[in-house]
Design a protein around this ligand. Structure first.
Ligand SMILES: Cc1ncc(COP(=O)(O)O)c(C=O)c1O
Length: 393
């Protein structure tokens, strides 16, 4: 029987019978004083680790000045963040929201409006099987998550699914109704599925040849997660629309939709939202950018990421697992058998938080400031947890 009284919470996910009370860097502590090494970090959200000094200071400093003047007024942190993100991405304008799903909704609306203006009312967005774009009704329709098709019928029309990583299936799906192609540069929730090299640039070329827009959903891969500031920069391609979330606020809710000026076609009233671009959230994001754009930050993500890759590969080879895949500090192991939930639970018992993205897939997305010593400690716990689960299987 639970000792935590959660009767007044809607049941949307199973939770262990404890409360998390404190976080610092790579560690979390529960109400029993137990410490956990966190390699999930709020689902790749706490880019700077739990309760980083930069996020704390930005919240405290801005809260003293101004929290929400109303989106009907300019505020300085929002203007600064829009200009910085434009410069860093090479895109022209930004709109801020609070969650990844909202940022993607804005991207889809922008594409549909662009289709009305420039492509004879075309509205269909091509997305990929197994993709994840959020949990609003429209983004559930956009996502290719198995089992979501019939969850809340009727599903919003206008999204067509193709195989991820396969340019020819996108080419075949493009029609007069197509307005955009929308992909994650690496599919995160699907279990860190990395497309073949050249995929994003081939899609860019295809979009140009077909006169449609390309949208990169970098909610999970953006803000240095894969070792470049944005994952698409590794292929030197520029989308028409880019969405960011998660790491942008390093734990504080903020997301962004950026676009080329050619795709920025909203009229007044087409988009809005009570909390959009509020100075509290945008000043946190500015402080996150100060850190991730500082010297050596990206090099460190790559370097510690290699250590994580090595550790996972060494275990995978020894235990004969199917595949280790990922980039930067976003990794997954395909265990080849459906023991991921049991391994996740065993790791938790041993003080390590990892994610089971699929029944056979473990996912790792630590703080971007995780140390090599913490990676080594995580690998030791993972090794022991795997051994105990596999011995019992
Ligand atoms: C690629 C991608 N897009 C969108 C989302 C949705 O973000 P949020 O949960 O902040 O709405 C996620 C969340 O995991 C994601 O990984």
């Amino acid at each position: 029987m639970n000792t935590i009284d959660d009767n007044h919470l809607m049941k949307v996910t199973p939770r262990p019978d404890l409360v998390m009370v404190r976080g610092c860097g790579s560690h979390l502590w529960d109400n029993n004083g137990r410490q956990y090494l966190d390699f999930v970090q709020g689902w790749a959200v706490n880019a700077l680790g739990h309760s980083s000094p930069e996020v704390r200071d930005a919240i405290a400093g801005q809260a003293e000045l101004l929290v929400t003047p109303s989106p009907a007024f300019h505020n300085a942190p929002q203007l600064k963040l829009a200009a910085r993100l434009s410069e860093l991405t090479g895109l022209d304008q930004a709109h801020f929201s609070s969650t990844g799903a909202e940022a993607n909704e804005v991207a889809a609306k922008l594409a549909r409006k662009w289709g009305q203006l420039h492509r004879n009312g075309a509205y269909e967005i091509i997305t990929t099987h197994d993709s994840f774009h959020g949990r609003t009704l429209a983004m559930m329709a956009a996502s290719g998550k198995p089992g979501w098709d019939n969850l809340f019928p009727p599903m919003l029309a206008g999204f067509r699914k193709v195989r991820f990583g396969d340019v020819s299936s996108v080419a075949k799906a493009i029609s007069a109704q197509t307005v955009a192609i929308m992909v994650e540069p690496i599919q995160g929730e699907a279990g860190v599925v990395v497309p073949p090299p050249g995929y994003l640039s081939a899609l860019r070329q295809l979009a140009d040849d077909s006169g449609v827009l390309i949208i990169f959903d970098e909610i999970q891969t953006g803000i240095a997660r894969t070792g470049t500031l944005f994952a698409h920069q590794a292929e030197r391609v520029l989308p028409d629309i880019l969405t960011l979330g998660k790491g942008l606020g390093a734990g504080f809710p903020i997301s962004a939709t950026l676009a080329k000026s050619t795709a920025c076609c909203f009229d007044y009233g087409d988009q809005g939202g009570t909390f959009n671009g509020n100075p509290l959230a945008t000043s946190v994001a500015n402080s996150v950018l100060d850190v991730v754009c500082s010297a050596d930050f990206l090099a460190n993500v790559t370097c510690v990421g290699q250590r994580l890759e090595q550790g996972l590969t060494e275990i995978a080879v020894r235990m004969n697992f199917k595949q280790v895949r990922g980039k930067g500090l976003l990794w997954a192991v395909d265990l080849g058998s459906e023991v991921a939930f049991a391994v996740r639970d065993a790791c938790f018992q041993h003080g390590l938080i990892v994610n089971a993205a699929r029944p056979a897939i473990l996912r790792f997305m630590p703080s971007l400031r995780v140390t090599t010593a913490e990676v080594d400690e995580a690998m030791d716990i993972l090794d022991a947890s795997l051994s105990s689960v596999l011995a019992a299987a």
